[in-house]
Design a protein around this ligand. Structure first.
Ligand SMILES: [Zn+2]
Length: 454
């Protein structure tokens, strides 16, 4: 097996990469720098253990801004600064509680309020549950929903190999479920977590209220509690008590944290690399998106350590408020547009610190083809596909407003939704090697885009 691998390596390096020998040498140097001297894992430890959860407007978020500015400076940015933007300030407001009368004494449900949700009030809400498995079933049951708690028990579809597709398919129940049920007079909603994990951790995440409908509280429950509730409802009527305390405080000031390496040939043309600094409150935001933050910083550190001087200016951006507003990404694009900046490419890491597999891309077919032509240089580091599928959330306003081509690192997806927005999204669940390989691949791609353009 080992022999075959070596033969394959010799074949690839002597044929398809021959013309790009300088590039393969440079990418090898980038990889060595990150794998031998990397700081991504140590930075992630610092961010997750010394700061922790970083929801927009929370003390953790402001600590993270100061941390980010310092680390960007220390990692060699030519300049680093804070870019002000207004951010929403939702607070959980206390411990979320839930019980169900399916045992005696009542069974505690492990509930977590969805982000942006209003609370139940201090007395809580107690009502019988109506279970639905889809919005179609909700429509069919609309006459029996008034005064009840609607339980959306829509499962991740396990047949999607890319688990982000299962998430994309299911997340509408988290995003729109509360308003859809409120339309028929429901008092609250419970959502089966956006996950296929085997534990019982509930997963939070943002909901969006339809402003034309009443606002009702919404919580998520873990998969074991969801299955238990489902089986109890097959036997009898189930009454659930919920108490949550979420509410919005006035919008407040937050910041994108930006570091820059000034380009040697085209200082007025920009390449952006970023992740989002904010994270949900029940955990440390290690995969989402501490990984993207330390990837971003690590690329800067490695470029400086190697003495690499980019032709274009490279911005390393720790975006504010991706999770419940995207105000940081919007502000960054707005200012770029106002200053008439030329942005040639933007790359995000916001899909976890797992082994890289490829990229998704948003741009023209010719640009995609050019990126794909570099796969032979990247394949030894794990990237084997670049697909048409848009970039990350924070760089999407650059694409929408300035038509900047955008991409997002696409790591292996199988375990991401075990942790996403749940209490186990902690440092211990990130693997050092896998995290570092993400930075290696992103740095290699940025090197190629800077050298050849798109
Ligand atoms: Zn994220």
């Amino acid at each position: 097996m080992r022999k075959l691998f070596i033969n394959l390596f010799v074949f690839f390096s002597s044929t398809c990469c021959f013309a790009q020998n300088d590039d393969s040498v440079m990418i090898r140097r980038i990889a060595d720098e990150i794998l031998l001297h990397g700081k991504a894992y140590a930075n992630l430890h610092d961010l997750t253990k010394n700061i922790g959860g970083r929801l927009s407007g929370s003390p953790g978020f402001y600590k993270a801004e100061q941390w980010g500015l310092k680390v960007l400076q220390k990692s060699g940015a030519d300049r680093a600064w804070l870019q002000e933007c207004m951010i929403p300030h939702w607070v959980r407001g206390g411990k979320d509680e839930g019980t169900a009368n399916i045992a005696s004494p009542k069974k505690n449900l492990d509930v977590i309020a969805l982000g942006n949700s209003i609370g139940t009030g201090s007395k809580g809400i107690s009502a019988n549950v109506v279970e639905v498995r889809s919005f179609e079933e909700l429509e069919n049951k609309k006459d029996s929903v008034k005064g009840k708690i609607v339980f959306y028990n829509y499962k991740f579809n396990p047949s999607f190999v890319n688990v982000f597709q299962a998430y994309g398919d299911a997340v509408r129940y988290r995003g729109a479920g509360a308003s859809r049920a409120a339309k028929f007079g429901a008092l609250a909603v419970i959502v089966r977590s956006m996950s296929e994990s085997t534990d019982n951790n509930p997963h939070t995440g943002a909901l969006r209220y339809d402003t034309t409908l009443p606002q009702i509280p919404a919580v998520a429950i873990g998969l074991k509690d969801a299955d238990l509730l489902d089986s109890a409802l097959r036997q009898k009527a189930v009454n659930v008590f919920l108490k949550t305390n979420g509410h919005f405080l006035p919008d407040t000031i937050g910041h994108n944290v930006i570091g820059e390496l000034t380009g040697t040939e085209f200082p007025d043309q920009y390449i952006t690399i970023g992740g989002h600094l904010d994270s949900w409150d029940p955990a440390e935001g290690a995969h989402d998106d501490g990984a993207g933050i330390v990837h971003t910083i690590e690329i800067l550190r490695a470029f400086k350590a190697l003495g690499f001087k980019p032709k274009h200016s490279i911005r390393f951006v720790l975006f504010a408020n991706e999770e419940n507003g995207l105000r940081g990404g919007a502000k960054y694009a707005e200012e770029a547009r106002a200053k008439n900046e030329k942005h040639i490419f933007a790359l995000e890491s916001d899909a976890g610190g797992f082994s890289p597999r490829g990229y998704s891309f948003g741009g023209s077919a010719e640009q995609l083809k050019k990126l794909q032509s570099w796969i032979p240089l990247l394949i030894w580091y794990g990237v084997y596909q670049i697909t048409d599928g848009g970039g990350g959330a924070d760089v999407s306003p650059l694409n929408a407003n300035l038509r900047t081509p955008v991409a997002e690192l696409a790591p292996d997806t199988q375990r991401y939704f075990d942790y996403h927005h749940a209490r186990n999204d902690v440092f211990e669940n990130v693997n050092k090697r896998e995290l570092e390989m993400g930075a290696v691949n992103m740095a290699a791609l940025i090197y190629l885009v800077d050298k050849y353009g798109l």
